[in-house]
Design a protein around this ligand. Structure first.
Ligand SMILES: Nc1ncnc2c1ncn2[C@@H]1O[C@H](COP(=O)(O)OP(=O)(O)O)[C@@H](O)[C@H]1O
Ligand SMILES: [Mg+2]
Length: 242
C-alpha cells in the first residue's frame, strides 16, 4: 500500500466578483505517493485555483478534510493550520516538500539561471553539493547556468523552472500549464524528461492542462472535471472528482 499524500473531502473555494461568481468544489480526492495526476479542463474552470490550494498558498473557504502527508510520516491537518493561522507551518511544508512550476516559469530575471535554481536550497539552508549541476544536466540546461533567464529560449526557461522546482528534492511537484506557451514538440520533449526524472525520484506529480491530447500522451491519471451554472444561475460551479 502506498501512502496518501493528499486527502481532500468537501473542499470549497468561492471567487465572487460583484454579482457573478465562481465556485470550485472537490467532493473527494485521494492522491497516493508517486502518482502522476492531471487536472484537465478549459480555461477558467478552476485548475489554477485548485493548484494554489494544493500548493498551500490559497485558503479554501471550507474543507471537511484537507490532509497532507508528503513523506509517509504523520499527516498534517492543513485545514486546521489555515483556521488557526499557522502560516509558518504552512510555509515550512510548502518550502520543504513542494516544488511549483507556473505557466510563465516565474524565474527571477535579475538572477542567473544557476542562482534561480539554487534559491529553494538556500532558503532551506541545504548544502552546496552537485545537485544543481546534475539536475541541470538531466534537464539539458547545464550550458545555460551562468546566463540570465531573459537570454534563454522559452523552452529552456521552462526547463530551468522545473530544475528550480526540483532542486531541493521535494516529494510533490505541482506544474500549472507548464508547457502551454511552447510548441507541441518542445512541450512533449520537456514533459518526457520531467516524467523520467520524477519516476526515479518517486515524486508525486500534479499538472494542470487545457490540452487533452497532450495529457493523454503522457499517461497521467486524470481527475474528472465538470461544470455548469449552479442555484440561481449567477454562480458557475466547477467540480473535480477522483
Ligand atoms: N484572484 C481572483 N479573484 C477573483 N476571481 C478569480 C481570481 N482568480 C481566478 N478567479 C476566477 O476563478 C475562476 C477560475 O479561475 P482559474 O482557477 O484561474 O481557472 P483556470 O486555471 O482553469 O483557467 C475564473 O472564473 C476566474 O475568473
Ligand atoms: Mg490557470
Amino acid at each position: 500500500m502506498t501512502s496518501i499524500v493528499y486527502s481532500l473531502r468537501n473542499v470549497v473555494k468561492e471567487r465572487l466578483v460583484e454579482n457573478a461568481g465562481f465556485r470550485l468544489k472537490v467532493p473527494s480526492i485521494d492522491i497516493h505517493a508517486g502518482e502522476n495526476i492531471a487536472l484537465v479542463g478549459h480555461s477558467g474552470c478552476g485548475k489554477s485555483t485548485l493548484m494554489d490550494i494544493l500548493a498551500l498558498v490559497l485558503h479554501p473557504d471550507k474543507a471537511d478534510r484537507f490532509l497532507i502527508d508528503p513523506v509517509d510520516g504523520e499527516a498534517d491537518d492543513i485545514d486546521d493550520f489555515w483556521r488557526r493561522k499557522k502560516r509558518n507551518r504552512l510555509s515550512r511544508i510548502r518550502k520543504q516538500h513542494i516544488g511549483y512550476v507556473l505557466q510563465s516559469g516565474g524565474l527571477l530575471p535579475y538572477l542567473s539561471v544557476r542562482e534561480n535554481i539554487e534559491l529553494p536550497r538556500k532558503l532551506l539552508k541545504l548544502p552546496d553539493d552537485d545537485s544543481i549541476n546534475s539536475i541541470s544536466r538531466v534537464l539539458g540546461i547545464h550550458r545555460q547556468l551562468d546566463k540570465l533567464p531573459g537570454l534563454l529560449s522559452a523552452g529552456e526557461r521552462q526547463r530551468a523552472a522545473f530544475a528550480r522546482a526540483l532542486s531541493h528534492r521535494p516529494s510533490i511537484l505541482l506544474a500549472d500549464e507548464p508547457t502551454a506557451a511552447l510548441d507541441p514538440i518542445t512541450a512533449r520533449k520537456i514533459m518526457a524528461v520531467v516524467m523520467e526524472l520524477i519516476k526515479g525520484l518517486k515524486i508525486t506529480l500534479i499538472t494542470a492542462s487545457h490540452d487533452w491530447a497532450h495529457v493523454y500522451r503522457m499517461d497521467l491519471r486524470v481527475l474528472r472535471q465538470e461544470a455548469g451554472p449552479a442555484e440561481d444561475g449567477r454562480i458557475y460551479e466547477s467540480t473535480f472528482r477522483d
